[in-house]
Design a binder for this molecule. Structure first.
Ligand SMILES: [Zn+2]
Length: 266
């Protein structure tokens, strides 16, 4: 049974005073619906606090959405039409059909997740894509490592942005030939290029280590990306320290990782 209740907001959370007995609730917002129930013995006042969506936290926000150098979020403007140039087997004979298919699939998934807030438009104009869009390269391990400066890297995203505006203007993705058929790898690198950092959660595609070669984005990641594109560009994170994200991920047993490079502003 649902009852009418006044929901308050506080500190970025929604809140609701519980009544004695079973409290069932459903919260709908722009990001979707959140349902659960709690039992309250009625002895004292109890307040239910819940985030805008499941899995949300300040720490997760800071790690996944803020740039290390500024502590603010960076993204493309709403409604951006991003020119994308994708390397083809003409330029690189090591590119496979499956590799191309996964790269395009990752673009489609991100576009769908963001519900049209950004659109990827394929172009043959490489210069245009380099200057104001995305360039997707299939690369040798050595090329990826050269870009990332991490010896175990299998993919890398190099993005350019205006820190003062929190606006991304261009990105280059390099994925190792050996991982070109990994959907999660393309999702991960393209994720960086639309403004995401690394997730602390190993179940996420945006975790710095590739755990599942053909994994897909979790609902949490999708919601965080949607959140990113509903808050203003350049929004300040919750953490005040600018150095909190500077440490590189640990590399257990030579498991592959990647890092974001070229975060320097323009
Ligand atoms: Zn990464």
């Amino acid at each position: 049974m649902f009852r009418d209740a006044s929901i308050f907001t506080e500190d970025g959370y929604f809140g609701l005073d519980l009544v004695q007995g079973e409290n069932e609730f459903a919260v709908r917002n722009l990001l979707g619906e959140y349902r659960s129930f709690l039992v309250h013995d009625g002895s004292t006042r109890h307040t239910l606090r819940f985030p805008p969506f499941e899995g949300w936290s300040r720490e997760y926000f800071d790690e996944l959405l803020t740039f290390a150098s500024t502590g603010t979020v960076g993204r493309w403007p709403n409604g951006a039409e991003i020119p994308v140039w994708v390397e083809s087997p003409r330029e690189d004979p090591l590119i496979t059909d499956k590799g191309l298919q996964k790269a395009y699939e990752a673009l489609e998934i991100w576009e769908a997740v963001l519900g049209g807030e950004v659109r990827f438009r394929e172009t043959t104009n490489k210069k245009l894509a380099e200057e104001q869009g995305l360039v997707l390269y299939f690369a040798t391990r050595a090329e990826v490592q050269e870009q990332s400066s991490v010896t175990t890297a299998i993919g890398v995203c190099s993005r350019s942005w205006y820190p003062s505006e929190g606006r991304i203007v261009a990105g280059q993705v390099f994925v190792d030939h050996a991982y070109q058929d990994s959907l999660s790898r393309w999702l991960h690198e393209i994720g960086h290029c639309i403004g995401l950092g690394h997730s602390p959660d190993e179940g996420d595609v945006m975790h710095p280590i590739l755990w599942e070669r053909d994994g897909n984005l979790t609902e949490k990641e999708k919601n965080m990306a949607r959140l990113l594109y509903t808050i203003p560009m350049g929004t300040q994170g919750f953490r005040t320290s600018k150095n909190a994200l500077q440490s590189l991920p640990v590399i257990p047993n030579g498991v592959v990782v990647d890092i974001i490079v070229a975060e320097a502003g323009m």
